[in-house]
Design a binder for this molecule. Structure first.
Ligand SMILES: Cc1cc2nc3c(=O)[nH]c(=O)nc-3n(C[C@H](O)[C@H](O)[C@H](O)COP(=O)(O)OP(=O)(O)OC[C@H]3O[C@@H](n4cnc5c(N)ncnc54)[C@H](O)[C@@H]3O)c2cc1C
Length: 512
């Protein structure tokens, strides 16, 4: 018989949200707004903000227009058309404070494992601060949370300093140093122009060139905000221009035959920014625009033309002493290596430790595919919701739009659960399968599926687990109508209407 441990009733909640980034904060606010008072947010760090707390590299900011990168219930007087990281972090923190979410967040509490108990219809969580239980769990742990560290022979023995761009080491002064940058994704595009004037020499290792469009960034002066504050319809119109521009670009990506004018604009941007034909050739992508996340910058290409910056079209294969070595034999002596090698995108770190109704882990369920009904519910994992889950985004979508649509859906689901007296809801496998099949079929003709498996859109080999194949408007509408018929609903005799007893060994009996 398994040993029992008592869970303090204070450690039980109707809903536990895991993560206090943009998603977790919004989840708590919308649940409270919908009348769910018993909500707790567990955050492993000591501050909210997620992405915008962790990524502090020079030049970090959002790459969708600021007016789209905000909660609809908290319009903000952004300083620029594309907001910088400190301002976004401040926005998330102050929104959490204004809406009373701070007191719901339990900081320094990492959720390590969880298990659905089919008898009590509750989730039992193991956290770094003790066990907790909840009727419902919302995973807001972020698709861009875990930095990807490359496996480069000799890197561990590098005598200089190494850090990942997502965890910038501000103690290292780059002035007068030789810097090697590994990778040329969205982060490098933002930080390279910032560090270029300071470093003595920068060697940039590029395995895949990016399509880069001009960035229509501009200051948003206080006078303009005063005007927009007095005329909310004008703000709505400005926001609408950005929204429909993003939607129009998304439409081109879904119909790649319409892409050539946009590709021509990107080539023109490259031509006017980079006079050297050899460098231009190195920077010219060999895949269709949109097959990877779209990037906009007016400063990246000019930074690459500076005499102290050297671009190497090769991946890094080894580090020997101070030398960073490319697959083509390039040797670049460096004092500092910056790994700009991205994130484990959508690869939920908790998945190997979340046990569903049958005891299997989510990692096991997802071993050959990563699927969720409307990117939100996974069959066999009752009362569990994923925020910014699989196949919800694209190259141009602003996360808050998707997030808020999901939260409307989830609050509708939980209201249904509560008002009908049910205690468990589980998406029907056939609904999940039909949704997945439709998404994958529609993706086939989009540009998102035209790249190889090295694109992060392909979360598992051969399967695009990232992109939504239709318009954002369609996604919002789809999530607007909650279909109870897609789920099975059940009640329990409530063996533990209060949290009562839970057995660690039974709860975590699957190899944690
Ligand atoms: C550099 C960068 C730029 C970006 N720019 C844009 C952009 O321009 N537009 C856009 O739409 N999106 C952008 N994104 C994506 C961005 O991540 C999302 O927009 C959004 O911030 C995600 O919020 P989130 O709350 O879902 O996840 P996160 O911000 O990642 O927050 C997750 C939170 O969960 C916590 N957590 C994780 N695991 C656990 C656990 N086991 N227990 C307890 N807590 C846990 C983390 O500490 C973190 O606080 C960018 C991402 C990066 C990295």
């Amino acid at each position: 018989m398994a040993e029992e441990s008592v869970v303090d009733p204070g450690d039980d909640a109707e809903v536990i949200v895991i993560g206090a980034g943009m998603s977790g904060v919004a989840a708590a606010i919308s649940l409270r707004g919908a009348g769910f008072d018993d909500v707790v947010v567990l955050e492993k760090s000591s501050r909210p903000g997620g992405t915008w707390r962790d990524n502090t590299y020079p030049g970090c900011g959002c790459d969708v227009p600021s007016l789209l990168y905000e909660y609809s219930f908290a319009p903000h007087p952004w300083s620029r058309g594309f907001a910088p990281q400190p301002e976004i972090l401040d926005y998330v923190e102050s929104t959490a404070a204004t809406h009373g979410v701070n007191k719901l967040i339990r900081y320094d509490t990492e959720v390590e494992a969880g298990r659905w108990d089919p008898d009590t219809h509750r989730w039992y969580l193991r956290t770094s601060a003790g066990p907790r239980t909840a009727r419902t769990v919302i995973l807001a742990t972020g698709p861009w949370h875990r930095p990807r560290h490359p496996d480069i022979p000799g890197l561990d023995a590098f005598p200089g300093t190494v850090f990942h761009s997502a965890r910038w080491n501000h103690d290292v002064d780059l002035a007068g140093r030789r810097v090697a940058v590994v990778g040329t994704g969205a982060s490098t595009v933002q930080f390279l122009p910032e560090i270029q004037p300071r470093a003595a020499r920068i060697d940039v290792f590029q395995s895949t060139p990016q399509w880069v469009l001009p960035k229509p960034d501009y200051a948003l002066p206080p006078a303009l905000h005063r005007f927009l504050g007095r005329h909310p319809s004008a703000r709505g119109a400005l926001r609408g221009v950005h929204y429909w521009t993003q939607e129009a670009i998304g439409a081109l990506m879904r119909h790649p035959r319409l892409l050539p004018p946009l590709e021509a604009a990107a080539r023109r941007h490259l031509r006017t920014s980079v006079p050297d034909p050899a460098l231009r050739e190195t920077l010219t992508p060999r895949y269709r625009l949109g097959a990877r996340r779209l990037i906009a910058s007016d400063t990246y290409y000019p930074a690459l033309t500076r005499p102290n910056v050297h671009l190497h079209p090769t991946r890094v294969t080894a580090v020997h002493g101070h030398d960073v070595i490319g697959a083509d034999g390039t040797r670049a002596p460096a004092d500092v290596i910056i790994l700009a090698t991205g994130y484990h995108i959508g690869d939920l770190p908790l998945a190997p430790h979340l046990h569903g109704a049958e005891g299997a882990t989510l990692a096991h369920t997802w071993s050959d595919n990563r699927r969720a009904y409307l990117g939100t519910s996974v069959s066999g994992y009752p009362n569990l919701f994923l925020l910014v889950g699989p196949n919800l985004l694209s190259g141009t979508t602003a996360v808050p739009t998707v997030l808020e649509a999901q939260l409307r859906y989830i609050t509708a689901a939980l209201t249904h659960l509560r008002t009908r007296g049910h205690t468990a809801m589980d998406v029907r496998p056939e609904a999940e399968e039909a949704h997945h099949t439709a998404v994958q079929r529609a993706l086939r003709t989009t540009v998102y599926n035209s790249a190889d498996n090295s694109s992060y859109y392909f979360g598992v080999p051969g399967v695009n687990t990232f992109c939504w194949p239709w318009s954002t408007r369609r996604l919002v509408r789809r999530l607007h109508s909650f279909e109870a018929g897609a789920y099975t609903w059940s009640g329990t005799a409530l063996k533990a209407t209060t949290p009562g007893h839970c057995s660690e060994r039974v709860v975590f009996g699957y190899g944690n």
